[in-house]
Design a protein around this ligand. Sequence first.
Ligand SMILES: Cc1cc2nc3c(=O)[nH]c(=O)nc-3n(C[C@H](O)[C@H](O)[C@H](O)COP(=O)(O)O)c2cc1C
Length: 166
Amino acid sequence: MSFSPRDFRDAMGRFATGVTIVTGVAPDGSPVGVTVNSFSSVSLSPPLVLFSLDRGANSLEPFSSGRHFSVNVLHEDQADLSQNFARQDDDKFDGIPWRPGNNGCPLFDGVLATVECTTETTHDGGDHIIFVGRVDHVDLVEVGKPLLYYCGSYARLDAALQQAGG
Ligand SMILES: Cc1cc2nc3c(=O)[nH]c(=O)nc-3n(C[C@H](O)[C@H](O)[C@H](O)COP(=O)(O)O)c2cc1C
């Protein structure tokens, strides 16, 4: 390899993304949620999306055994919510208002959009597992600006445009 792990991380960091919280339901009925920026659309017809999940994530087991997941696309004011679900703790849902969507997976208020899915396939992705979901339902919840993630930090669209001279 002609590059270090640091080079790889830095190069990937230059690919700006949105931020999502992917949710599910554990076999005991408890809600599961994890902050994810590997979310991507895959196919329009049929409508498919994907996200990749670290093999070391606590949520791997519940997402692997569950049939559904939902994607909450975060608004720029939801960095705190993102940080909350980026913790590896059991109490992530404490004090966080949520409601079950059509498939039972948690949905949050104030997000830009929700995407409710049935897990179609999973694939080996090195130290991650790739989840592909068939989209059953979408909601355009709020009109607003997205929370961005760029070079390892949260970013706002306006600041990014200003920096670019836009
Ligand atoms: C902006 C952001 C994006 C992230 N994206 C991913 C991702 O795509 N896949 C992943 O496995 N972890 C991702 N993480 C890390 C997880 O959110 C974190 O490891 C979390 O603690 C996992 O929770 P769990 O162990 O309860 O599943 C991301 C974290 C942040 C802050």
